[in-house]
Design a protein around this ligand. Structure first.
Ligand code: FE
Length: 160
């Protein structure tokens, strides 16, 4: 039916039908690297978010007010994750999208950390932490808000 309940902000309303209940099985990702390899490849800020599930400070991303046509990719592995045309200004301080580029580009995982129940979003190829998805994209086609750390993303300009 595809109907999403958005009439209250209760964080226990989980958006995804494909929600993974735990993320312990890191072997599910096709790209496997050691912590040392990730540290060598990523900046400290990128490593903090992508590999340690950190959160960048709000209103600091170069992508927050960036509206060029193109595709956002995973900073960890280059996988295409979000189309620029699905990006919107949620005013929350992080780049926001109303859907991923396709249904299998990201995985959505139940996250009970920090005393909240949220849905974590990770890159389906490398397992890198991207952010969370919420049901409060009220004026968006899907009703969803993928709230993504800009530091976890790269950008590919649209080629004509
Ligand atoms: Fe990735």
């Amino acid at each position: 039916m595809g109907i999403l309940l958005v009439n209250d902000a209760c964080s226990q309303k989980i958006p995804s039908k494909n929600l993974i209940m735990n993320n312990k099985d890191t072997n599910q990702y096709s790209i496997q690297k050691t912590e040392a390899e990730w540290k060598e490849q990523l900046t400290d800020a990128e490593f903090h978010v992508l590999r340690n599930k950190g959160t960048e400070r709000p209103y600091t991303s170069e992508f927050e007010h960036f509206w060029e046509p193109g595709v956002y990719v995973c900073k960890g592995c280059g996988a295409e994750l979000f189309e620029a045309k699905t990006k919107f200004d949620a005013g929350c301080g992080w780049p926001s999208f109303y859907k991923s580029i396709n249904p299998v580009a990201v995985k959505e995982i139940l996250d009970k950390s920090h005393g909240m129940v949220r849905t974590e979003v990770v890159c389906a190829k490398c397992g890198g932490h991207l952010g969370h998805v919420f049901n409060d994209g009220f004026d968006q086609p899907t009703g969803l808000r993928y709230c993504i750390n800009g530091v976890s993303l790269g950008f590919k300009k649209k080629e004509d």
